[in-house]
Unconditional design. Structure first.
Length: 160
């Protein structure tokens, strides 16, 4: 099966079923005759911008990242980032030139990937774990700008 076909099937499966883990997704795809590795599914999840979101009982499951309409003055990248902050960021702390971002479980790597992809000027790099992303700035002043943006994404910017 080609990548594009697999992506369509993954979107369909996630839209029709409640999938909690990559293993569940892999099993469901196998039911459709798709043979893929864990690494392939992991890349597909990143490519399709699939995130985990809590259901009404607070249990996290996979959903397609849905962008909401933002302010017209914001770029598409900034709107995407603002939406992700609103959807998955739980807490933001700053320690000197580091900004620690706590996310919903299993979303930190996706958040870091978006930041790395967008490359805001006040961010040098990111490090991500399961539910925590460390955002590295070159100095404390730039980290303060990142922190302000993460606390108030609709009021501040890190893109200039």
């Amino acid at each position: 099966m080609r990548k594009s076909e697999r992506h369509l099937l993954i979107k369909q499966v996630i839209g029709e079923s409640t999938i909690h883990t990559q293993e569940e997704l892999l099993t469901k795809l196998q039911d459709y005759g798709v043979t893929a590795t864990q690494a392939t599914i992991s890349r597909d999840i990143r490519d399709l911008k699939i995130v985990k979101a809590p259901d009404e009982d607070g249990v996290s499951h996979f959903v397609l990242f849905q962008e909401k309409k933002g302010k017209e003055t914001k770029t598409e990248d900034e709107r995407r980032l603002v939406q992700m902050i609103e959807d998955i960021v739980l807490k933001v702390e700053r320690v000197h030139f580091l900004t620690i971002v706590h996310t919903l479980p299993d979303n930190a790597h996706l958040f870091a990937a978006v930041l790395d992809d967008i490359k805001p000027p006040h961010i040098v790099s990111t490090i991500a774990g399961f539910d925590t992303t460390i955002v590295i700035s070159k100095d404390e002043e730039e980290a303060k700008l990142v922190e302000k943006f993460l606390h108030h994404p609709n009021e501040a910017t890190i893109f200039n």
